[in-house]
Design a binder for this molecule. Sequence first.
Ligand SMILES: C[S@@+](CC[C@H](N)C(=O)[O-])C[C@H]1O[C@@H](n2cnc3c(N)ncnc32)[C@H](O)[C@@H]1O
Length: 247
Amino acid sequence: MLERADLLVAEATARRTQTNETGRAAVLLPFVAAFARDEPVHAIDLGASAGLNLCLDRFAYRYVTPGPDGVRETRLGAGPVDMVCEWRGDGPPAGAIPMIASRTGIDLHPVDVTDADQAAWLEALVWPEHAHRRERLRAAIDVRRGMDVAMIAGDAAALLAEVEAGLPAGPLVIWHTVALYQAPAEVHTELDVVIADLSRRRRVLRLGMEPVVGMPDTQVRVGPSFDRGRLAATAHAHGRWVAPAYP
Ligand SMILES: C[S@@+](CC[C@H](N)C(=O)[O-])C[C@H]1O[C@@H](n2cnc3c(N)ncnc32)[C@H](O)[C@@H]1O
């Protein structure tokens, strides 16, 4: 390794540390499913990176809930991406996989996983000892390559209204996972205004999973504003577990 240190330093300084964690799909899925019910929903991911989580309906989920009588398991979906998540809730996380009508990702710097080099870099950013995450990422990249996902480069707040205006009628879920904590306050304020406005035209769910200052785990919040949103769950940052916050 040391004899290739110069190459490694050159590569690492030329590239950005920008990940895409597919385990977060297991956190999103129950909330998207509860919102969608039996209707196909348009999905917009703000800070989507490579857009892998926009394929969340094509992954296989195993939610496990340990209890006094053993482990309850809920299996949902099918496919090569194997999601295992501890669901710390009373009932099952969801009854069915939601139907997705369209998939759009907005990111300041979209990652193109059809490019072998960019996909390899994404893989390189997974910590070496996290073999399961790496396998899951590879499988998700394969799924994503076969799907129609629109990726748009730019700022989420600046582009959201235009993206929404281009979608056919139907309910819309806008989510962001471990992304907007990077954005300045003006972006949060502008997004709140845009989402409040488009919520007057169609049924909208805004679902944020973000780190919050002073909290050890990410918070999942719902509502037109993340900052003033209702706490729906706390979750492990890589989606290892979700603890729903019942009202
Ligand atoms: C830590 S990565 C998380 C990516 C993905 N959401 C996930 O959960 O794996 C944060 C992403 O947010 C994007 N991002 C940050 N601020 C943004 C903004 N204002 N508009 C669009 N994308 C943004 C970054 O470019 C990066 O891809």
